[in-house]
Design a protein around this ligand. Structure first.
Ligand code: CA2
Length: 151
């Protein structure tokens, strides 16, 4: 099972800036942790971070040809603005889970709306770095069930 983790703009600053909102864990820490969790679930995992909307669209589009089975995506600020990322997720139709470190529903009004979540199986928001591990487990459940049912 192949999983792709996509991180949007400014997530490379995690753990370095604004620890009062986003904590002290870095994106590299999150990816290292996911690598271990994926190995224990027998999954192959790869990572992509970009500050550029078009690069994220291209990465999602390429996932189909690479036989990626599941996507974990934190589109960061593009969550609230990007019809292009939403359309890319819809087009590839690969099961995806949207993750947010913070609880976007408890923050500023403009963060409460996600354009991308509707194209995902679901959204995990507010659990900090644990949200990524929960997303991986959710994908494992979904993909295993799908394989058992041959769909
Ligand atoms: O809570 C999340 O995971 C977010 O996706 C993080 C985004 C934000 O725009 C979303 O509304 C919610 C921000 C990404 C990281 O931005 C930083 C900014 C300053 C310092 C460190 C990270």
């Amino acid at each position: 099972m192949k999983i792709l983790v996509i991180s949007g703009p400014n997530l490379q600053l995690l753990g370095v800036r604004k620890p009062e909102i986003y904590g002290t864990v870095t994106l590299q820490d999150i990816e290292n942790d996911l690598q271990i969790s994926a190995a224990s679930l027998g999954m192959n995992i790869s990572f992509f971070q970009s500050n550029h909307e078009g690069e994220i669209v291209d990465r999602i589009a390429a996932a189909r040809g690479e036989q990626i089975d599941g996507i974990i995506i934190n589109p960061a600020a593009y969550t609230h603005t990007s019809v292009a990322i939403r359309d890319a997720l819809e087009a590839v139709a690969i099961p995806a889970v949207e993750v947010h470190l913070s609880n976007i529903h408890g923050r500023e009004e403009f963060r409460r709306k996600s354009l991308t979540a509707a194209m995902c199986i679901g959204q995990i928001s507010g659990f900090g770095p644990d949200g990524y591990r929960l997303a991986l487990q959710a994908l494992a459940y979904r993909l295993n069930r799908r394989n058992q049912n041959n769909i």
